[in-house]
Design a protein around this ligand. Sequence first.
Ligand code: NAP
Length: 438
Amino acid sequence: MRHLAIIGSGPAGYYTAEAAQKQWGDDVRVDIFDRLPVPYGLIRTGVAPDHQSIKGVSQRYEKTALSDNVRFVGNVSVGQDIRVEELQALYDAVIFATGAPNDRPLDIPGEELANVFGSAAFVGWYNGHPNFATLDPDLSGRHAVIIGMGNVALDVARILSKTQEEFAGSDIVAHALEVLDSSKLEKITILGRRGPHQIAMTPKELGELGKLKEACPRVATADLPEEDADALLEPGQRKSVGHLRSFAAIPESARSDYTKEVEFQFFGVPERILGNGKVEAIEVAQTELRDGKLIATGKVETIPCDLLVSCIGYRTSPIPGVPFDQRAGRFANDEGRILPGLYCVGWARRGPSGTIGTNRPDGFSIIEKIGADFDAEILGKTRKEGRSGFDKLAESRGLDVVTFRDWKRIEEAEEKAAREGAPREKFVRVEEMIKARG
Ligand code: NAP
């Protein structure tokens, strides 16, 4: 029997468990640990609440979770409740699927000012992550600036732009819906340090910005490269740039129908955040691209800003004793191998890139490597106790483990509490989740 411990119950964790099942059938036992009492990681707290079709992938993970050889071990924090060495003594392989839950810092003066947030915190707030439920952003100002031109920047811009009606069918949490409803924002600037051809936004997501009820996107025609140059882009990127061109073509006369504007500002590197206790403006050094290289023009612009959300990527949380690549912000690894018996997968392995689906081949690939390590007798030299050993340790330590069955009760309570048309109203505090399990 092979005993695997997967840390993290998001997409990377569940795809890895699925791969282990496919590979070894009844000859494997997988325990999936999560520090929260609820599973699915980014599917629950990262994917935008108005993207329910993407969240639907959790049904696939549930199938894996409900089989006898895979267990959810919720409300257990590895590194705190149980040490990595203890897990290694119990399981043949320990696999980190912990994602990248921390914001990459901007590392500029003023980042500590009030109403400046990283996207992990801001997205966590509107998605009900217990760590960020009390974030309390102030949306009483007129101008928000979002830094970064990736899909997370788009999510944040769209959530800040939508009306209550447009949130119908979403699972945005009540505390966020209330604050968004009283928002006074009129302008949302998405700031990129490079140009339209270098955006990291995918076409479907960018297209959504052109279909909002009260917000209209704005792109300055002067910022767009000659149209012929689009031919050199790969097809997806060409489509995205096509959306930017259509935003640039919206006539001024049509703009008066909207109460908000989502403006794209290219070629600006954030230098300093200004404000007296709270953000008031951001200083941006203007840039241009010369032979693909980003050059500062020497000009500095100050953009008024009442709310700043930095969406420039994420970092994995280090775990004591596990080699970490500080520069890349993820575990130090060779294609998922960290040390004998220690592995990583998903964003914890490769950094925050790709779609949810990218984690599936990642999960299958790490199981192939673990299989090879069993064959080479790097793993399996000593008999491990696996889950029964963990259960003894959990009992002796008084850990309050939340099982998948418990989660189903929490889920049922969340579904019952849903406002009309919404799939659920999430609990945003760990104590509420624990209480709901009954
Ligand atoms: P991302 O795609 O890597 O985009 C990060 C953006 O931040 C880039 O525009 C980057 O500009 C900019 N940036 C980085 N450092 C900066 C700095 N110091 N100053 C100014 N700008 C800076 O990251 P993400 O948006 O966080 O998304 C993470 C992953 O999740 C991506 O693979 C994304 O596609 C995926 N995702 C997908 C969806 C969806 O499919 N619906 C939704 C959300 C996220 P440069 O290009 O100049 O470095």
